[in-house]
Design a protein around this ligand. Structure first.
Ligand SMILES: Cc1cn([C@H]2C[C@H](O)[C@@H](COP(=O)(O)OP(=O)(O)O[C@H]3O[C@@H](C)[C@H](O)[C@@H](O)[C@H]3O)O2)c(=O)[nH]c1=O
Length: 398
């Protein structure tokens, strides 16, 4: 059991940015929720503040320490420029290798506490894993891993079932989303705030935040010929790499707010916003194409149909993860609809343009049952308790 005085101590989260924005995206959301809802003092250590500043524009990448949303953000430099003060919990995100100074401090506390239990005990040490819907996750969630030096680390697996670590979701998120979606003026105001012009209330709007896929190009060619106007909102980044042959100029020369009209498809170059802004964007679109881990989950919370472009792993392991999620998501969908939606996701992930077109057409952008399913899914998926609440409980029981 963690004693009461330890509960007053802060939590540290260490995040190494492997690639893109997902590692920092997940840890930043967790830090904000622990601080806002659980009143925990959080210190987030990040090794790449430049990447972080894309999703937190107020962040100054040149500062070694700064506070945003009540969270202390420290640059994780090597060696550490800021001394690590152990708190009550230490989270290493996605199995990142902790700095030597931190490992040393943990061991010192462990040895001292063993000699004199009145002294501070080492923080509860947690490795926060990636989200997966695979069934083995439930069996591994919470397992301890004894280190050679006597310290204990716990594996914390987010997931979709009762016996996993749950899913990140803020307490009032669904209520805020519903209020937003109940007033159609909100989406129009957001589009204009983002500098996106020419979108009429009846137009279909699709947000695209994927990796490269020739299936995206195929879908754009299809949308070009659509009967109604379709707006594709795409930030500068990897999705556009797949579209160079239909863009009028090199990606470098495109600016946020630029519009490219191709038949009935209008591509808008979208500015990147902070996470709160991105949530509102997902709530405002008719369909979202998302990727990685965090945007994937936020698209689910947006209660809108989506395609998940999963992060590629060695030996196509990502396709197993994709399939596991699709099985869970489609559990109570009519088989025909489930098949089309799964086939569309597979085609997008496997760069099969023709198949993507075929299944998009079967699915139909205005497919009502899919939309109804997307609305019900967040309530079912959250499974009573969100990740931050389960994590706090887990720490209490450790
Ligand atoms: C487009 C956009 C995204 N975002 C945020 C939402 C998310 O927090 C973050 C994007 O993260 P993700 O969706 O997870 O995708 P991603 O592809 O950026 O990130 C990752 O995927 C993981 C699975 C990998 O392991 C990681 O190494 C990482 O590459 O960027 C904004 O805040 N504003 C924006 O305008």
């Amino acid at each position: 059991m963690v004693n009461d005085s330890a509960n007053l101590l802060h939590w540290d989260i260490f995040c190494a940015v492997v690639d893109n924005y997902g590692d920092i995206g997940v840890t930043w959301r967790l830090a904000k929720q622990l601080s806002n809802e659980k009143q925990i003092n959080v210190c987030l250590w990040v090794d790449d503040l430049h990447s972080f500043s894309h999703i937190l524009p107020q962040l100054d990448p040149l500062l070694t320490t700064q506070v945003h949303h009540g969270i202390t953000i420290n640059l994780w430099s090597n060696p550490l420029a800021i001394e690590y003060q152990p708190g009550s919990v230490l989270i290493e995100a996605f199995a990142c290798e902790l700095p030597d100074e931190v490992k040393h401090a943990l061991l010192t506390l462990y040895v001292q506490h063993k000699a004199d239990p009145k002294l501070q005990q080492p923080p509860v040490w947690i490795n926060l894993e990636y989200l997966s819907a695979e069934s083995w996750v439930a069996g591994c969630h919470g397992l301890p891993s004894m280190q050679a030096n006597g310290l204990k680390k716990h594996f914390y697996f987010p997931g979709f079932s009762d016996s996993t670590g749950g899913l990140l979701c803020e307490r009032e998120l669904f209520q805020r989303r519903d209020e937003w979606q109940n007033n159609p003026l909100n989406r129009m105001a957001l589009f204009s705030q983002l500098g996106l012009s020419g979108i009429n209330p009846q137009d279909k709007v699709i947000s695209v935040f994927s990796y490269e896929s020739t299936a995206l190009l195929a879908l754009c060619r299809l949308w070009q010929q659509s009967e109604q106007v379709i707006h594709a909102l795409i930030p500068k980044g990897r999705s556009l790499n797949s579209l160079t042959c239909i863009l009028p100029k090199p990606i470098d020369e495109l600016n946020s707010g630029d519009q490219i009209r191709l038949g009935n498809l209008i591509i808008h170059i979208l500015p990147m916003t902070d996470q709160e802004g991105y949530d509102k964007l997902l709530w405002s679109c008719d369909f979202n194409i998302v990727r990685g881990e965090d945007s994937f989950l936020r698209a689910q919370w947006a209660a809108k149909p989506f395609i998940w472009h999963i992060y590629v792993q060695e030996e196509d392991y990502h396709l197993i993860k994709l399939d596991a999620f699709m099985q869970v998501y489609c559990n109570n969908l009519p088989p025909e609809l489930a098949n089309s939606w799964q086939a569309l996701n597979l085609a997008f992930n496997q760069e099969q343009g023709e198949q993507a077109i075929k299944h998009w057409q079967q699915l139909n952008l205005v497919n009502l049952p899919l939309l109804q399913h997307a609305k019900q899914w967040p309530v079912d998926a959250i499974n009573d308790v969100d990740l931050a609440s389960r994590l706090v409980q887990f720490v209490k029981n450790s």
